[in-house]
Design a protein around this ligand. Structure first.
Ligand code: AMP
Length: 225
């Protein structure tokens, strides 16, 4: 079988985290990294990186490219993903063409380039509604939604029993900035991956409509290069 090396693109709240969890449950050999989760873990651990990240995140701004690139590249090396047989999924990185180019030059020498980029296309009205009800378990990145996917016990993570938190950047004001920044950066990023010939798109209002489309793209890729 061919490896899966997938990037999920999508506006904040488009369900990248939810689709990631569903894919990890479907493909046992798959692992994932979310740049947002890595940054939130740094903030929770009160590291120097976390202190810098918090200032940008709470303001809805993207962090400098070099900063996030180094963090994610280190994670790729640590996880042993720089190998032609590795299968993995990225959520939230690359977000700019500069990051995409850095990632490409990191992966290409190892014959471990991305082979699929899938854009999750979800209407903005649906996204805004989701964000209001979103809670996260920071250490794992597990996401809950009080309407569609509530925790078994109010306010606590299903697996660890640890507290869930509301993301400080999920307020209406900061969320608006994050959406603007997504709109500005996504067009050139999509062009970059369309030119390489690996860009796909799935559309829908719910995770149940999106997921089968995503599976279909991946299953085709697993069978043919
Ligand atoms: P996310 O969890 O992907 O929505 O990311 C939360 C926040 O972390 C973003 O609004 C940015 O401030 C920051 N961030 C995450 N990934 C990146 C990235 N690839 N480049 C720059 N900033 C990022």
């Amino acid at each position: 079988m061919n490896p899966i090396r997938l990037l999920l693109l999508g506006a904040p709240g488009s369900g990248k985290g939810t689709q990631t969890s569903r894919l990890l449950a479907s493909f046992q050999h798959l692992e994932s990294v979310s740049s947002g989760d890595l940054l939130r873990q740094q903030i929770q651990r009160k590291t120097e990186l976390g202190r810098i990240a918090a200032a940008y995140i709470s303001d809805g701004r993207l962090l400098p490219d070099a900063f996030v690139t180094e963090l994610v590249h280190n994670e790729l090396s640590t996880k042993g993903w720089l190998s032609p047989k590795s299968s993995w999924l990225l959520d939230g990185f690359p977000r700019t063409v500069t990051q995409a180019k850095s990632l490409r030059s990191k992966l290409t020498p190892h014959k471990a380039s991305l082979n699929m980029v899938v854009e999750l296309d979800v209407p903005e009205s649906v996204i805004l509604d989701r964000i209001e009800n979103r809670y996260v378990h920071v250490p794992s990145g597990r996401i809950y939604n009080l309407t569609y996917n509530p925790p078994k016990v109010d306010g606590l993570d299903d697996l660890t029993g640890e507290p869930l938190t509301k993301r400080p950047d999920d307020t209406a004001e900061v969320f608006g900035k994050r959406l603007d920044s997504y709109r500005q950066t996504v067009t050139p990023l999509k062009k970059f991956y369309a030119d390489i010939g690996i860009l796909h798109k799935v559309s829908g209002e719910t995770s149940d409509i999106i997921f089968p489309q995503l599976l279909d793209i991946i299953q085709k890729k697993l069978k043919h290069v």
